[in-house]
Write a protein that binds this ligand. Sequence first.
Ligand code: GLP
Length: 280
Amino acid sequence: MGLDLLVASSGAEFEQLAATAIVRAVRAACTRAGAMPYTTEAGGVLTTPRTECRRQVTVALPTGSTPLGAYRVLTRGPQVLPWNQVIVVALDEYVGLTQADPNSFTRQLKLAIVDRLPFAGFLSIDGAAPDPAIEAARHQSAIDARGGLDVAVLGVGDNGHIAFNEPGSDIASPTRVVELDERTRQANAGRFRGIGNVPSRAITVGIEPLLGAWQVVVLVAGAAKQPALRALLDGSHDQRLPVTALGSHPHLTVVVATDASTAIPATACRDPLANPPGLS
Ligand code: GLP
């Protein structure tokens, strides 16, 4: 499989490696779309695309705690990408939450990164839409209208979910309304001040459109993710752990934090410091 595995040895390194993996994937997609800026001989970054931009690039970004450090690096560091050619795509949202709700993923994504960089647009999901199934179809149509996903950056749930594709999700599952797994609701009970307040349904981008992304970046942090990571690196698809659907993706980068890294067989590990990827 086309797997690039980056293992961090500290929290700070995880943030840096995760940001670097996102930059590399988005840069490759921008270059492919004719939207990449070029640098002067002195190394200064120009914002003018090398060629006229053929199309904008779609990048799905996750919520949750895992990507927050990388988002800080991306929003504070020197800007090396033509963000104004990038459309951010929401991966999932709780049914019933408005964008004003502190637990709304749309709100969290806006605060963490969308409102902090000059993106070309943001395809969000309205959790409070009157008909969630219609909203799911509308979101997929908006993605399709832009040619599908160029890059999918994903976190992983404790139960192995990606976006809100819960255990049992089919590899061909479309963007849809899902019932949340009990383990997911428990994991989020603290944020909602009690499991009774956690919505029972969500809208999620499906596994099929995620697999259709040209580049996939998976960020894994937290000891609870070890079984899912181990199964992903095993390479065989297990519907009980949806993240394993990505194992056969031709352009897959997995970035692992120290607390999840004991799941990695020594043979699968390469030392990122041996060839440190730069942000520029
Ligand atoms: C959430 C979201 C996922 C996210 C995952 C991991 O419930 N549905 O999109 O990637 O769980 O969250 P965390 O990074 O906080 O562990």
